[in-house]
Design a protein around this ligand. Structure first.
Ligand SMILES: [Fe+2]
Length: 256
C-alpha cells in the first residue's frame, strides 16, 4: 500500500519530533506492507508554520537515515489555502516530481476564496488533492459540496481515522458517504506519530468488509501509484445510474 499523507518528517510541524521516532514509524509501516510514503508537513497553516527550505533539509536527512530500508520516500507538503498562497507556492511543494499537491483549508467555515485559489492552482497546471474533506463542517452538513470539488478538478483524500470513527460519528458518516458515492480518490493515514498503531491497514480492512477488495486497492494502491507516476486520475469513476439501480458491487467502473 501507498500512504500519500503523513507528518512523519521530523521537526517540521506537529508530527514527528525526532529522527528516531520517524524511523520507528517508517519501520512499522514497512512491516505492515507500506511500499511508498509521501511526507507532507503543514505549510502556511496559521498554527503550524513550516519553511520549504526546512522541509527540503529534513527530507535529505531522513532519506539518508533510511537508505538501507525497503521504502520509497517522497517529499511534499500539506498546503493551507490562505488567500495569496497560490502566488507563493511552486513546484517544490508538489508531491515528488509530480503535479499533484496536497492542500487543506478552514475546517469550521466555508470561504468562497477556496474555489478561486484552487482555480488558480489548476490553471498553473497543478493537480490539487484536498485532504480530509469529511472533517470540514460544511461538507459534513452538505456532503454534496464534495462533488462540486470534483467538477473543479480537485481530488479528494479521506483519512483512515475518519473511516474508523476516530473523529466521531458525523465525520465517519461523511467519510463513508464520500467513498460510497465515488467522491474519494485516496485513503491515507495522516499519521502524526502520536499513536503507536498504524491505522491504514484497519481502514483497508473496513473498506474490504463494507464494500469490496477492489475499492480498497483503488484508494490505497492504484490511484496513489498513478499519482506518483504523474498520470491523470479520473475525477468521476462511478456511474450515478448504477449507484441508484444496483448494489455497490456493480457500481465500480472496472476500466479506469
Ligand atoms: Fe495532515
Amino acid at each position: 500500500m501507498i500512504d500519500i499523507h503523513t507528518h512523519i518528517l521530523h521537526n517540521c510541524d506537529d508530527g514527528s519530533d525526532c529522527l528516531e521516532l520517524s524511523i520507528e514509524h517508517i519501520t512499522n509501516m514497512i512491516d505492515k506492507g507500506v511500499t511508498d510514503i509521501v511526507l507532507t508537513p503543514h505549510y502556511m497553516n496559521s498554527y503550524v508554520q513550516t519553511d520549504a527550505k526546512v522541509i527540503d533539509k529534513q527530507f535529505k536527512k531522513l532519506s539518508e537515515a533510511t537508505a538501507d530500508l525497503k521504502i520509497n520516500l517522497y517529499k511534499g507538503g500539506e498546503i493551507f489555502l490562505n488567500p495569496g498562497v497560490e502566488d507563493k507556492i511552486d513546484k517544490e511543494l508538489c508531491i515528488g516530481d509530480t503535479s499533484y499537491i496536497l492542500v487543506e483549508t478552514n475546517m469550521s467555515e466555508f470561504t468562497p476564496d477556496i474555489y478561486e485559489i484552487l482555480f488558480q492552482l489548476v490553471r498553473r497546471g497543478l493537480r490539487p488533492i484536498l485532504a480530509h474533506p469529511e472533517r470540514y463542517n460544511y461538507i459534513m452538513n452538505e456532503p454534496d459540496i464534495a462533488e462540486d470539488f470534483l467538477h473543479r478538478n480537485v481530488y479528494l483524500q479521506v483519512n483512515a481515522g475518519s473511516i474508523l470513527g476516530f473523529y466521531g460519528h458525523k465525520i465517519a458518516k461523511t467519510a463513508w458517504y464520500l467513498i460510497n458515492n465515488g467522491f474519494a480518490h485516496f485513503i491515507a493515514s495522516d499519521n502524526h506519530c502520536k499513536i503507536d498503531e498504524y491505522i491504514l491497514p484497519a481502514a483497508i480492512e473496513a473498506i474490504r468488509d463494507n464494500i469490496d477488495d477492489y475499492t480498497a486497492e483503488l484508494l490505497t494502491k492504484i490511484n496513489p501509484q498513478k499519482m506518483l507516476n504523474n498520470e491523470k486520475i479520473k475525477y468521476f469513476y462511478l456511474k450515478k445510474q448504477l449507484i441508484e439501480r444496483k448494489g455497490f458491487f456493480e457500481k465500480i467502473l472496472r476500466k479506469i
